[in-house]
Design a protein around this ligand. Structure first.
Ligand code: DAH
Length: 369
């Protein structure tokens, strides 16, 4: 700050002359009154009340005046600045109120207007039915287990008691990852999750494993190279085929309603002994379509029964491969086709519909997400 200067005549300092101060104030007041919105007022504030405004500059000059002149000039400039700042405050309030009112009108939403129909995504029926199938077992205390789709041959075949040149290996039409020597395959069934579960979980084990599986099949009405299975496995002390039957019956009741019979037919799988194919009574005709003169049933093709999948008592060799004492523990297992279940439960005629992704197929299943 410059020192007071006795020979300094305030009248000579233009910025402090009364007319100058009044002019600066009036210009400021006029600009404030003319500011049409808050942005403009901000600019006006900077120009007329900011550090470099005429009144701020005048204020700075006061320090250099002789003491006698200071009070008078200070009063004048002070009054002018106060008038400007009061006017700014007032205009600010007015413009803010105007803006608030405008926003209320401009940004109001008519909640009674109909919204456009946004097409929501939804999970595929294969996913939702797989979850429903697994849920029936989860309700019985089973846990959901997972395994990789790119699987070691050992898990997919060896540990499941497929001997090296077992015809079932070729029967399963395996996709190898790289050459056949790599020992890595795209899993041909969800049964390797049995092995992974037994190796990683404490006994007893009660798991279901829904998942994607691969075989070198051409896509046709009943086959696809990529499909899904639901695997089930129970290993505990004292389990018998009665428990397997009970588990399957509870599944049928949970998915298709009470009162449908099930039946086992002998079959063969290397990892179960004995093995079976399990059928359920047709949930549409409830078996009546086989009777003479009865109307035909397209769900079971008037056979009265629908094939559910494979099952059996876990082969002791599988338990041994997983380090489990087969004299103490026994188990049962099953494998169900998820697309197959979707097809007969919802009268889907062709695998093509399931894989093509046409919403005309999926929409009737609802938009469960
Ligand atoms: N993994 C068999 C398949 O894909 C199905 C199967 C049969 C699974 C019997 C099982 C079972 O767990 O016990 O053909």
């Amino acid at each position: 700050m410059s020192a007071p200067n006795k020979s300094f005549d305030p009248v000579e300092v233009t910025a402090l002359q009364p007319e100058e101060v009044a002019r600066a104030r009036d210009e400021a007041l006029a600009a404030i009154a003319a500011a049409g919105d808050l942005d403009e007022l901000k600019r006006v504030r900077l120009e007329h009340a900011g550090d470099r405004s005429p009144l701020a500059l005048a204020n700075r000059e006061i320090g250099a005046l002789p003491p006698a002149a200071k009070a008078d000039a200070g009063k004048r400039v002070g009054q002018a600045r106060r008038a400007v700042s009061d006017a700014l405050k007032e205009r600010q309030a007015v413009l803010e109120a105007e803006r608030d009112e405008r926003v209320l009108v401009e940004e109001s939403v008519d909640v009674t207007l109909s919204t456009g129909r946004a097409a929501y995504g939804a999970r595929h029926p294969v996913t939702t039915i797989a979850e429903r199938m697994a849920d029936v077992f989860v309700a019985m205390g089973f846990e959901v287990a997972e395994g990789p789709e790119v699987e070691a041959e050992w898990f997919n075949f060896d540990a499941l008691n497929f001997i090296p040149d077992h015809p079932a290996r070729t029967m399963q039409d395996t996709f190898f990852v790289g050459s056949e020597e790599t020992g890595v395959v795209l899993r041909t069934h969800t049964s390797p999750v049995q092995i992974r579960s037994l190796l990683s979980r404490p006994l007893p084990v009660y798991v279901v494993a829904p998942g994607r599986t691969y075989r070198t099949d051409e896509l046709d009405a009943t086959h696809a190279p990529v499909f899904h299975q639901l695997e089930g496995l129970a290993v505990d002390e004292g389990l018998t085929m009665a428990d397997l039957r009970g588990g399957i019956d509870a599944f049928v009741a949970g998915m298709f309603g009470e009162g449908l019979k099930t039946r086992f037919r002998p079959s063969y799988f290397p990892f179960t002994e004995p093995s079976g194919e399990v059928d359920m009574q047709c949930f549409v005709c409830r078996g009546t379509s086989v009777e003479r003169g009865a109307p035909p049933c397209r769900t079971c093709r008037s056979e009265g029964w629908i094939e559910l999948g494979g099952c059996g008592m876990v082969n002791p060799r599988v338990l041994v491969a997983c380090g489990i004492d087969p004299d103490r523990y026994s188990g049962w297992a099953f494998g169900l086709g998820i697309e197959r279940t979707l097809m007969f439960r919802h009268d889907v005629r062709s695998f093509h519909d399931i894989v093509e992704g046409d919403v005309r197929f999926t929409l009737p299943f609802g938009t469960e997400i």
